[in-house]
Design a protein around this ligand. Structure first.
Ligand SMILES: CC(C)(COP(=O)(O)OP(=O)(O)OC[C@H]1O[C@@H](n2cnc3c(N)ncnc32)[C@H](O)[C@@H]1OP(=O)(O)O)[C@@H](O)C(=O)NCCC(=O)NCCS
Length: 372
């Protein structure tokens, strides 16, 4: 009952918020008002109310939700994380517990990429969850690491944390890679799925033999170089072009993580036509993690992987296993060709209903499902 009252309170706030908006929404407001009154009288569930709500109303759902939260969730708040040690001990640890295979040095890279967008949810000053929203522009942010500790799930903390973080970061639209089983949850806020892919696990010697057997397209004339031998500006420009947005502060950390390997494909004219980065994982037994694998074609992606695998097979301390998140159809064709085992199904979603800028056909491996 308390939860229902809380939800109802939130709903009233939604309506209050809608009143200040354009005239077109007034009818919707009246309709919702009536629904709430009916709900109060007849005990209609919150879910039913939600179903009667338009997408526009759901878009407005966030802000008022959190404004109403404090009086109903005593002791709950969100706090920005600004130190590497806290990001590691809270966010990275939570990811590892979910078996999401975080990278060994992801904490410092997350902070470089999202210095104001890493949050912990706390109840009476004890962490109960975390969320990361990377603000790439005024319009666009990327949501990741959305986790509530098991014993606190289903009590409203997740959505409260999500809404509060969005309210702080203030972006108009967001994207994120959701677990497929969570897709319906994000439909509630009007998000829609674009690419249905997943995380693939590769046994490096097996994938290597697949690459040798199928022999990568020899007509593609290019060479592979270590990233530090390549013009940095050209590499960063390629990343901005393919990713769709500049992220130099992030790359300045990401590419230099100790134990990681970044290789760049250069064509005959000296232009960058692809690159790959593999980083060691936080849990040593998980081996490595690829991200990104950007390439102008599948053949270039294969050549980059072949060169990368050759290097990794010489590393004695890490197990010969590596995973990569692939979303587009072509990326998944490549993953299957290398006998990748799908660990988890995911969907790339946006709240705007459209894809952000970027060349998704060149994304053979997603950079990071936590940061975009
Ligand atoms: C997903 C997770 C963070 C949600 O947190 P939670 O505290 O359990 O969720 P809440 O109790 O706040 O949910 C309240 C309601 O808001 C919905 N909700 C929660 N977060 C939401 C979001 N970001 N967008 C839309 N709806 C959301 C829930 O589905 C629920 O709806 P219902 O009342 O109709 O059932 C939590 O279950 C979790 O940590 N799961 C494991 C990790 C994971 O799957 N993370 C998401 C990866 S895509």
């Amino acid at each position: 009952m308390v939860k229902f009252q809380f939800e109802l309170h939130v709903y009233r706030l939604v309506i209050a918020n809608m009143r200040v908006n354009n005239a077109k929404r007034v009818d919707e407001v009246r309709r919702l008002d009536k629904n709430i009154d009916k709900a109060l009288l007849s005990g209609v569930s919150f879910k039913t109310l939600q179903l009667r709500t338009s997408k526009t109303a759901m878009g407005l759902f966030m802000r008022p939700y959190i404004e109403g939260v404090s009086s109903f969730m005593e002791g709950f708040r969100i706090r920005k994380l600004v130190t590497e040690s806290e990001v590691e001990s809270i966010v990275i640890k939570a990811q590892a517990e979910e078996n999401w295979r975080p990278g060994l040095k992801d904490a410092e890279c997350f902070l470089a990429c999202s210095p104001s967008g890493i949050f912990v949810g706390e109840v009476n000053e004890k962490p109960i969850g975390c969320i990361l929203i990377t603000k790439y522009s005024e319009d666009f942010g990327y949501v990741g690491s959305y986790i509530v500790w098991k014993e606190f799930r289903g009590k409203g903390y997740g959505f409260a944390m999500y809404s509060a973080a969005l309210d702080r970061v203030k972006v108009k639209t967001t994207a994120g890679c959701a677990l497929l089983e969570r897709e319906k949850m994000y439909h509630k806020i009007g998000a829609r799925g674009h690419f249905y892919g997943g995380r693939y696990d590769f046994h490096i010697p097996t994938s290597m033999s697949c690459l040798s057997e199928t022999s990568t397209d020899e007509s593609v004339s290019m060479n592979v170089q270590c990233f530090n031998k390549v013009n940095k500006e050209a590499l960063f420009a390629y990343d901005s072009h393919v990713f769709g947005l500049p992220r130099h502060a992030f790359l300045n950390k990401w590419l230099y993580v100790s134990g990681s390997h970044s290789l760049v494909a250069i064509d005959d004219d000296g232009a960058v036509v692809g690159y790959v980065t593999a980083r060691p994982t936080y849990v040593k037994e998980d081996g490595y993690r690829i991200g990104p694998l950007f390439a102008d074609s599948s053949s270039i992606a294969e050549k980059l992987l072949k060169a990368l695998f050759e290097i990794l097979l010489q590393q004695e301390e890490a197990p010969p296993t590596i995973c990569m998140d692939s979303f587009t159809e072509e990326a998944q064709v490549l993953a299957r060709k290398l006998q990748g085992r799908k660990l988890v199904e995911m969907v790339y979603m946006t709240t705007s209903g459209t894809l952000p800028s970027g060349y998704f056909d060149k994304w053979f491996g997603h950079t990071s499902v936590e940061m975009g």
